[in-house]
Design a protein. Structure first.
Length: 239
């Protein structure tokens, strides 16, 4: 079995990779084993070279395309995606950028102009108002409505992880309930933080509704003006 998780950043990709990896006994592909770039040509060459080893899983922030799905299916690999409340996902993205700022952005992440700024800084608000977060939401919406991936919701995984994973497994490959229960226990946020230093930084609050602690009326007004269509497309309330 092979699984590719394709979704925008900060939607719960690492958590889902842990859960599905434990459920199906899949090895996480490491840096250097995955495609060199997050684009279609690199993925096509990588699969054609036979580099997508059996019994492995990885995640990447691929845009949806029919070609990418066809290449994945030729491997063959199961395509899985995850969607998250856009407000929570943005807050998680913001705090990840601040971690990169503390590390002097050694990895050269984009949106460097938001690093070291408070979440209500005028540059952060301008980024939102200029549509800077739109591509992440568009990516999520396209995967959700593609009909080519098994899609889970972050909030359902929080509220009823066993039920949400059983639903997903029905489309991937059924597994005993006990194995799902063990994967949920293994992949609890506090356990994931202890896996390695990188994971300790990556897994922050791992909660639903954290946006209420950080976004103000200015943020919400911009979300209503610039992103309402995509928020509704993803099935979340416009606040």
């Amino acid at each position: 079995m092979r699984i590719l998780i394709a979704a925008p950043p900060k939607a719960g990709n690492m958590w889902l990779k842990c859960l599905l990896g434990e459920m199906y006994g899949l090895r996480w592909l490491k840096q250097g084993e995955t495609p060199s770039r997050a684009d279609l040509d690199s993925f096509r060459d990588w699969v054609a070279a036979g580099s997508f080893a059996d019994d492995t899983i990885f995640h990447q922030h691929y845009d949806y395309s029919d070609d990418l799905c066809q290449i994945a299916e030729s491997a063959p690999a199961h395509l899985v995606s995850i969607v998250r409340d856009p407000y929570d996902a943005f807050v998680s993205t913001y705090f990840t950028l601040q971690q990169h700022a503390e590390e002097h952005n050694r990895k050269g992440r984009k949106w460097a102009n938001l690093m070291g700024k408070s979440i209500d800084d005028r540059d952060v608000l301008a980024f939102l108002d200029e549509g800077g977060y739109r591509n992440n939401l568009l990516k999520a919406s396209e995967w959700l409505h593609s009909g080519r991936a098994v899609v889970l919701r972050y909030e359902r995984l929080q509220a009823d992880p066993i039920g949400e994973l059983e639903r997903a497994a029905a489309s991937i490959a059924p597994v005993p309930r006990g194995r799902i229960e063990r994967s949920v226990e293994t992949c609890r946020a506090d356990n994931m933080r202890q896996m390695n230093r990188g994971m300790a930084k990556h897994v922050r609050s791992a909660t639903v509704g954290d946006w209420e602690n950080h976004l103000n009326d200015n943020h919400l007004a911009i979300f209503r003006a610039r992103y309402a269509d995509l928020i509704e497309s993803l099935g979340y309330p416009v606040r």
